[in-house]
Design a protein around this ligand. Structure first.
Ligand code: FAD
Length: 412
């Protein structure tokens, strides 16, 4: 069988694989990406957060994305019956980007993959990784194209950015229970014919239907909006008799006071997708000759749109560490990679858990709102979860619980 040789093999050309391969290529590392699908391909994860801009900027992707004209995202709105809480990233505590995009991911991922290829990265589409074997100094990966032809690739490192494909976690038995679990989702796209003009039409919104159930509306610049619901799996399953995802999402739309009129009569652009129990985690984030990045390394919950930001954060960091190691430097993967990524995940994990206990919702909707508290929470929602100057990062375990307790005390 033909054997190709590279320094780094990246599995998957989603945001994580694109950013890591771009970084490696820009730093003269011989890299190749193998991607199972033909692009554009469907994938969920349409609301970005500002932290991703740092990563796209660092590998020179911003001009190509800007040219594509995606909808700018300045903040996010949370609504609960007649209560509203808007976060404007421009008000956030600390440094960092104060805007990003909300994007149909099939188009977005195609734009970044095209740009990465233009920069010189080789992406082999419609080729699936089916096996990986590690030996002392490198790895041999077997890939198969859509005609069934097999080929092997020898690499010093593998970055597994295979997202929901979870190639190495599956082959190496690295799955571990997630700290957040038991949620499912249904989502689809619609041509937003009743979209109001101005911010009401374009603002990304999370409509809270019950403490543990929320409905998203993500308007895109092409006139299409993404609609989705998240909730406990039993709730999602109870929405229709025979698991009919269209019946289920129509029921959710009818429950939304705010959006019922705008969407109830709309046709959907594809049959609503039902994704059950999507949270996942791994027992280790790296090993000799490999790193897991993005969803391959785990996924919490969509409520704060952190998935793509973690995908690019881990993608670019793993690429930096590999580049250093290939240049003969010592790298401490435990502290420089695993501890770092897990610290950020822990912050988001607290916010996600406190969202579903209802504590965070209590803080969001409390009136009068405290602008300083809001600025600090806003920085977390923007993805700046490593900034220890922010007490809502540093003391994340106690901050939200403490605020919710104080609100309860005030109102009792
Ligand atoms: C309901 C729901 C809503 C979400 N909403 C958001 C959101 O609003 N914002 C957000 O940031 N995140 C969101 N996410 C999370 C988001 O989908 C992911 O975190 C993000 O797409 C991860 O990017 P990635 O690059 O790791 O993987 P992906 O984007 O999934 O890319 C992985 C690539 O690997 C390829 N691949 C898989 N297996 C193989 C193989 N064997 N060989 C070769 N290639 C392979 C796939 O074809 C794919 O192209 C949501 C998730 C869910 C479940």
């Amino acid at each position: 069988m033909k054997i190709e040789e590279v320094d780094v093999l990246v599995i998957g050309a989603g945001p994580s694989g694109s950013v890591s391969s771009a970084y490696l290529n820009n730093n003269n590392v011989k890299v190749k990406v193998v991607e199972k699908a033909a692009f554009p391909r469907p994938v969920i994860g349409e609301s970005l957060i500002p932290r991703v801009m740092d990563h796209f900027d660092e590998v020179g992707l911003i001009p190509a994305i800007t040219k594509a004209g995606f909808e700018k995202k300045w903040g996010a709105r949370f609504i609960r019956d007649d209560e509203t809480c808007v976060f404007d990233f421009g008000d956030k505590f600390g440094k960092g980007w104060d805007w990003t995009w909300q994007v149909p991911r099939a188009d977005f991922d195609l734009v970044i993959a095209n740009e990465v290829q233009r920069q010189g990265v080789e992406i082999e589409f419609e080729s699936e990784v089916i096996n990986v074997e590690f030996n002392d100094s490198d790895s041999i990966t077997t890939i198969q194209d859509k005609e069934g032809n097999k080929k092997q690739i020898k690499a010093k490192f593998i970055i597994d950015s295979s997202g929901y494909g979870r190639v190495l976690p599956t082959l190496m038995n690295l799955d571990a229970p997630s700290s957040v679990s038991g949620n499912s989702s249904i989502f689809t796209h619609t041509i937003d014919v009743n979209r109001p003009k101005g911010e009401e039409g374009t603002m990304i919104t999370f409509d809270i239907l019950e403490t543990k159930v929320w409905f998203w509306v993500i308007p895109f610049s092409n006139g299409v909006s993404s609609l989705g619901v998240v909730g406990p799996t039993e709730f999602i399953e109870s929405l229709s008799k025979n698991g009919d995802s269209e019946e289920a999402i129509r029921k959710v739309i009818s429950l939304s006071k705010h959006y019922k009129e705008r969407f109830i009569k709309n046709e959907f652009l594809f049959k609503p997708v039902m994704l059950k129990n999507y949270s996942c985690s791994v027992s280790q984030l790296y090993g000799k000759g490999f790193a897991l990045t993005g969803n391959s390394s785990g996924f919490l919950d969509p409520v704060f749109s952190s998935g793509v930001a973690f995908a690019t954060e881990s993608g670019i960091l793993s690429a930096k560490l590999i580049t250093r190691q290939l240049n003969g430097e010592e790298v401490d993967w435990e502290t420089e990679y695993s501890d770092y990524i897990r610290r950020g995940v822990a912050v988001f994990s607290t916010y996600v858990s406190e969202w579903y206990t209802g504590n965070l919702q209590k803080v969001f909707f409390h009136q009068p709102s405290d602008p300083e508290v809001k600025r600090k929470i806003c920085a977390v929602l923007a993805g700046y979860v490593w900034n220890k100057e922010n007490p809502f990062v540093k003391k994340h375990h106690r901050a939200i619980k403490g605020m919710a307790y104080a609100i309860d005390m005030l109102s009792s």
